[in-house]
Design a protein around this ligand. Structure first.
Ligand code: E4P
Length: 218
């Protein structure tokens, strides 16, 4: 399973990348706004800065909601850097735009996916990635991880090449559950990635090794 970090914060991207296990980055307009990145040129520069930190796919989301606007923006984003994957919402115009991008060699991430039906349309349009939002489903008393499992099953059965990118991950256990459900990618906050490291027995064991070493070595 690939690991993406879900942020537009350059320090967090560097920290995750320095671990040596990072495969890519996802952003969205809310994450860009959180970093106060504003204006078309600054936004484009920020995407290029991210690409220069990480060797892997970087999702950059279109703002337009109409087909022509999505095509125009998506082409501009894709031209910024070979690592850019154009993120497109799962709407009627979005699916049409994904099909256009697929036919023209531009990779896509179909975002805001909450059902198997939406995931089917994304795959039929040739999306590189589909992003089911598991945390937001959990927020409304619906099992987000179960949706990942269902989409993985359907894609495997029908041999779709679209990769399942589990998004809206809120904590470390979500990562483990998505791994078990067969997701191709998990895009996670830095805290959830670092949480994978935590185990009290590791800390206790390491302390004992160091104490025993000191007993005989001083
Ligand atoms: C990433 O691709 C998504 O935009 C992101 O994971 C959404 O996360 P949220 O539900 O925590 O905003």
């Amino acid at each position: 399973m690939k690991f993406f970090i879900d942020t537009a914060n350059l320090d967090q991207i560097r920290e995750a990348n320095d671990l040596g296990v990072l495969d890519g980055v996802t952003t969205n307009p809310s994450l860009m706004a959180k970093e106060n990145i504003r204006g078309a040129e600054n936004i484009k520069k920020h995407y290029v800065d991210i690409c220069n930190i990480v060797k892997g796919d970087v999702s950059a989301e279109v703002i337009a909601t109409d087909y022509e606007g999505m095509i125009r923006e998506g082409k501009e984003l894709a031209a910024l850097h070979p690592q850019i994957v154009v993120k497109v919402p799962c709407t009627k115009d979005g699916i049409k735009a994904i099909k256009y991008f697929t036919d023209n060699g531009i990779r896509t991430n179909c975002t805001l996916v909450f059902s198997v039906g939406q995931a089917l349309l994304a795959a039929k349009a040739g999306a590189t990635y589909v992003s089911p939002f598991i945390g937001r489903l959990d927020d409304v008393s619906t099992d987000g991880v179960e949706l990942i499992r269902k989409i993985v099953d359907v894609y495997n059965y029908y041999e779709f090449s679209t990769q399942v990118l589990a998004a809206s991950i809120r904590h470390t256990m979500h990562i483990i559950q998505c791994l078990e459900a067969g997701a191709d990618v998990a895009t996670c906050p830095l805290s959830a990635i670092l949480g994978l490291l935590n185990h009290p027995l590791t800390d206790i064991g390491l302390q004992k090794f160091l104490d025993d070493y000191k007993k005989v070595n001083g």
